[in-house]
Design a protein around this ligand. Sequence first.
Ligand SMILES: [Zn+2]
Length: 256
Amino acid sequence: MRILVQNIKELLVWGRLHLRLEQARFRGVKIKIWIRDDDAIEFTRELSEFLEAMHDFPISLAVIPGNIKDTLVNVLKMHPRLTILQHGWMHENRSTGLPSEFPDGLEEKQVVAELKRGYNILNNMFPEHYYPIFVPPWNRIGDDIVEDFHQIPLGGLSVFGNDSGPISITNINTHVDIMDWQLGTGQSTYMILKCLINEIELRLEHDVDTPIGILTHHLKHDLRLNTRLKNIVTILNSKQAVDWLVFPPRNNRARV
Ligand SMILES: [Zn+2]
């Protein structure tokens, strides 16, 4: 595959990625990677373009159940390898500090009712594809609320970074954000690769196999950003050093 390299910095960072993937392959190590795309509520042009670009790769779509539209079910026709995750309830900020829909201090009965409604909506709409991992809006959730997960029942939590929740649940996070939120645009190939390589190096150095999560927000992407990501994941895929994390199918819900 030929990729048009924009500058010398980018050329060097592609070289570093090749080197690290070769090292992993030589050591017989597989780097686990997954892609989490946030904020889906309906089948939009942006979602269609993103899924088309990512057609060959498994995607986990974090869906906001309280705002969902019937058209979203069409995503399955376009991308049968989708996993659906629960992204909050209505994606409303209820925190007095940093944004969070589920900060500590909310009434437990209300929280459990909202989480359950969200669970049921997604479970009914995507019976074969829904996987009960909770993605809190703004990647923040109160510790007390995670304690209530068993009542829903939610089996896991996905945030951004290397923090983890209780060991009683699956923690599967994202680490590489392809958006530059200050500028409101996509990150350059150089920046995405730099962040990704840091995560790969961490795993190779410390011999850990925690999956690396790539975080995307299809509504904010343009076609160039989708192409950038497609180029990166295509190269990752070609090196036989990467395993794409796939959530178990509905009838075989072992822990990931
Ligand atoms: Zn969100």
